[in-house]
Design a protein. Sequence first.
Lengths: 302, 302
Amino acid sequence: MSQREADMSEIEPISAKTMELAGQIVEIARSENIGRGDRLYEHRLANRLGVSRGPVRAALRSLAQSGLAEAIPNKGFVLAQDLDSEIALRALRAGDTSEAAYLAIANDRLTGALPDTVSEAELMRRYDLKRAELLRLLDRIASEGWVERLRGYGWKFTQTLNSPLAYAQTGRLRMMIEPGGILEPTFQWNAELMGPVREHQKRVQADGMRVFTLSEMFRFGCEVHEAIAECSGNAFLVETLRRINRVRRLFAYKFIPDLQMVEQHTREHLQLLDLLEKGDRTEAAALMRTHLHWSGGGDQIA
Amino acid sequence: MSQREADMSEIEPISAKTMELAGQIVEIARSENIGRGDRLYEHRLANRLGVSRGPVRAALRSLAQSGLAEAIPNKGFVLAQDLDSEIALRALRAGDTSEAAYLAIANDRLTGALPDTVSEAELMRRYDLKRAELLRLLDRIASEGWVERLRGYGWKFTQTLNSPLAYAQTGRLRMMIEPGGILEPTFQWNAELMGPVREHQKRVQADGMRVFTLSEMFRFGCEVHEAIAECSGNAFLVETLRRINRVRRLFAYKFIPDLQMVEQHTREHLQLLDLLEKGDRTEAAALMRTHLHWSGGGDQIA
DNA sequence: TTTTGTTATTTGTCGCGTAGAAATACAAAA
DNA sequence: TTTTGTATTTCTACGCGACAAATAACAAAA
């Protein structure tokens, strides 16, 4: 062990990427109902997050540094605080750093502050990003379909996002494909997939907005729909729904959901799952249609 | 004028990009029925291709060099050969250079020669591409949705393409959204958009496989469907259909369409357009459904 | 057997300078 | 007025070396 590492109080510099991972670890822990004192397995987290153990380790160290986790020699890390503690929420928020630029761009776009076409240099200046970071971001946005590379210089935002009607349009499209997916001949209930999904809805029903953040509830909602789509056996349908949901998230911040609405949605999600588990697909498709319909073509919390 | 340029017989080195543009100029000329002796306007081509006049100019010079176009001082370029001549077809094919690696990857993927996850270095070696070229390609593939960046190293191919069922799945999804789009309350016939589309179908009906290449006919077919989707007024629907069609193109090479099938498709396309122009959307949606249905969930030439 | 700790190897990133491409603006010709 | 020809400015692409980060494989502990 080097001399530097022997100094326990040394403050490691924490990269943005590590912070992001740390935040996602907290997210996972929350969604899996992991409590104080439970172990945080490197390997599982790495698999779940799609990275190797190295970066996960770094993120866990950073969580330990902030006091949320504790390192136990030859036993890895255990959770040292409850996950609704202030310190946990801070880690969650801190992880959103990379999200910040993304949301800023989305917002500027929605409010018309960004022109239709921009050069990379302009974006780098505007959002204070390095080229690689920016390109990563543009990649992601392009994969969501609201920006595309021009042949020469610069990037062009598609017209998809600029209209207040866009959100409604996502709803119309979902009304075509989601009930359609349920009625596909290849549809097959996937119990394993649905376990945690239903669990999440139950917890939202029980604790609701008291415990969960808005974006968590939104994600849980999307999860229901995407899991159902997954059962359709049509990969393109699932892909399409995922893409739509990623865009819907941008609008979701604009709406303030009220408690009653969240409750109704959650109830309907559970109903949907029950019907599908029983194999009553016709009924489920009908419910899905009304579920998607009743707020004018697009529902607010998924 | 410099000494170098004064030497008329000098052979300029032609970049891959220029070749690509040259090929696309030929494509455009073919689809717009431009004949021998007609002028090729720089500015219009530049707009259409989404680049500035500079590169278009270079491409035109390269076409002149191959004898397909002729440069007339202060009058730009005119077409010097008919567009179904051997020399024109050669230009078309030469433009596909960048397409080559793309198709190679797609093919290796469809045949299972490529593993699910690969590193950039591996791909660079395998297809003999520079990093920038590769990244451009991966960008494009990612935007089509069949590869995604891993968080650490490498890229991961989605499961979308690996199955022989995939093509059928695209058909199922189209059967949900295309008739749906026609029935949208926001649907509005767009005469301007449809003019050239119908024109192309008429020409295919008249000249068919005698004049047009397979990929041209495929494109014209997609064009019909996408233009109709465009009328739905739902940007997400259009986006989705475009994405599906880009993927379908990969499969299309596998099928050998027979003359009769092409004829029936073209006839149905024209019927669809007629119905929609008359405003008979219910009928059109029904026809669209059977049109998409009759070859088992996915039709071959669009 | 599972999980953590450690290390070697591979891979991608970043910064920077240069070369070259594209956009823009403007002049000249048809 | 439209289109081509040209010059200037601005921006991007590319190569390269050093560096940082991630992976994979292996060893050790529980």
